[in-house]
Design a protein around this ligand. Structure first.
Ligand code: 5RP
Length: 228
């Protein structure tokens, strides 16, 4: 799929999801290029329709974008609940299990999602898969001892790589941790893998989001499809 075509599908999904945000809600705002379209649309509604709501963001990037539109953003600990969170995903299967963290924001994304009453994912159709795992699974790891964690993952056959920038420097998350990507190609038993990862000392969180999502809005050339 051409990038322009994919962007059009992401934008359509983002605009559809923005309809879910109503006055006085507390909304979780995800991270990524699809969410960027969603936040653009919220910004338009704030300006043109006087929409007023409070946002909790899953990254400093989204915070900066939302605040540039005058959207009120608060710390997650300042709210007692989050009505709905809209986020992107790297892959999602028919059971709404998926992989997140391509943009290195998975830790805050999972904390915001866990504290949300409703979770909506917005994706273009290329993200919908039969079996998750072709997209490398991001794992957020404490920098101290990261090479030992990588060795453990290698020994378990998880094909890990430390995520680095163009200069070869490890990228840092908003919590200043590292990301290790697992190139597993397919994940047949995501629950078992999730349990194994989260019990590995040094791992902060992983990008498997299982049994969490209520709705997936898929950008489709014939118009956004809302899956529940
Ligand atoms: C960031 C994420 C993103 O939501 C995910 O990578 C999808 O991003 P995009 O919409 O740019 O494809 O999990 O950590």
């Amino acid at each position: 799929m051409e990038k322009s075509e994919q962007d059009a599908l992401k934008k359509a999904a983002g605009i559809e999801a923005a309809k879910l945000i109503e006055n006085d809600m507390v909304a979780g705002l995800g991270t990524g290029s699809t969410v960027k379209f969603f936040v653009d649309e919220l910004g338009r509604r704030v300006k043109e329709e006087g929409l007023h709501f409070t946002g909790v963001t899953t990254s400093n990037r989204t915070k900066a974008q939302a605040e540039s539109f005058g959207i009120k953003i608060v710390d997650i600990d300042e709210v007692s609940h989050i009505d709905v969170t809209v986020d992107g995903a790297d892959e999602v299967d028919q059971h709404f299990n998926g992989i997140k963290g391509g943009g290195a924001a998975l830790l805050w994304e999972k904390i915001v999602a866990t504290n949300s009453e409703k979770i909506v994912w917005i994706v273009d159709e290329s993200k919908v898969v039969d079996t998750i795992g072709r997209f490398p699974l991001p794992v957020e790891v404490i920098p101290f001892g990261v090479q030992h964690v990588i060795t453990r993952f290698k020994n378990r056959g998880y094909e890990p790589t430390l995520r680095v920038d163009a200069e070869g420097t490890p990228i840092r998350t908003d919590e200043k941790n590292f990301i290790v990507d697992l190139h597993m190609n397919r994940i047949d038993h995501p629950q078992d893998l999730a349990e194994d990862l989260i019990t590995t000392v040094g791992v902060v969180e992983h990008g498997l989001f299982l049994n969490m999502v209520n709705t997936v809005i898929v950008g489709d050339p014939r118009g956004p499809r809302v899956l529940t």
